[in-house]
Design a protein around this ligand. Structure first.
Ligand code: MG
Length: 263
């Protein structure tokens, strides 16, 4: 079932979005060469506890997971791109790290992800990250009342394909509300003018992710971490977005820039 939220409910979602955004900003500032993925999880737990938020990940146990996730943040490094299960690993100069983070605050969920390079960046990694951010911006801009969900998917896919990347359709965005994953599914490519009619009150996570050399993935033995099939690196950008009569509202926007801000 697709839930539509009242303006008052969307207002009530703001604190969750602001906390998710500020946590990602804090972690991005704090994490450098030599940081350990398990310490990033520990730091995220501290911030969650200070805020009185509730992790959406720690008990999450979908059919594809070997066991409950057990951590509060996804840390995907280099050829890992989605659902990276934090483990004992110290980040090295030039590693490409994706943080994906979702919590509920006052019973409302927000979900957001960003990728960045720790230390010295390779140009192709910056281009990959930039492609996911541009695709996210295009997807957000296509969130217009009266449009169709296919407009959002098509906008994402057009940016990705236009920059020479292939798009994997196995994992994409999703409805967000009281729980982390609701309907509708938001594919990262599609046909404009098709699918669900976009109405005020729809709240979705939009999350383009790309691999540099392939659109095929493999799953680690931990049952969670998804990697590129060819060893090439991946990047992922995600925001939780509410559709309002006035346009898209990016609930997880970091900083004070425009609503379509994605970096
Ligand atoms: Mg997420």
């Amino acid at each position: 079932m697709i839930e539509l939220h009242t303006p008052a409910e969307i207002e009530a979602m703001r604190p969750a979005g602001e906390f998710v955004a500020s946590t990602l900003t804090t972690l991005r500032e704090e994490v450098g060469v030599g940081a350990d993925l398990l310490d990033i999880d520990t730091r995220a737990r501290e911030l969650i506890a200070q805020r009185g938020a509730v992790s959406c990940y720690v008990d999450y146990h979908p059919s594809f997971g070997a066991s409950p996730f057990g951590k509060v943040i996804c840390t995907s490094v280099n050829d890992a791109v989605l659902h990276g299960l934090p483990h004992r690993y110290r980040l090295r100069d030039g590693d490409l790290l994706t943080l994906d983070f979702a919590v509920s605050v006052d019973g409302w969920v927000a979900d957001s992800a960003l990728s960045f390079v720790v230390g010295t960046a390779r140009e192709q990694d910056l281009e990959l990250i930039d492609a996911t951010e541009r695709a996210l911006g295009a997807g957000v801009a296509a969130c217009r009342v009266g449009g169709k969900l296919g407009d959002v998917s098509a906008a994402i896919g057009q940016v990705c394909r236009g920059l020479g990347y292939r798009v994997n359709l196995q994992f994409g965005g999703h409805g967000v509300g009281r729980t982390m994953h609701g309907e509708p599914h938001v594919p990262n490519d599609g046909r404009a003018g098709r699918g669900l009619k976009l109405r005020p009150g729809l709240v979705i996570a939009i999350e383009p992710w790309l691999l540099e050399g392939t659109d095929e993935i493999s799953t680690d033995p931990d049952g969670w971490t998804l990697r590129s099939a060819d060893g090439s690196r991946g990047a992922h950008s995600e925001h939780t977005v509410a559709l309002t009569e006035d346009g898209p509202l990016v609930l997880t926007a970091r900083g004070m820039s425009s609503p379509a801000e994605t970096s």
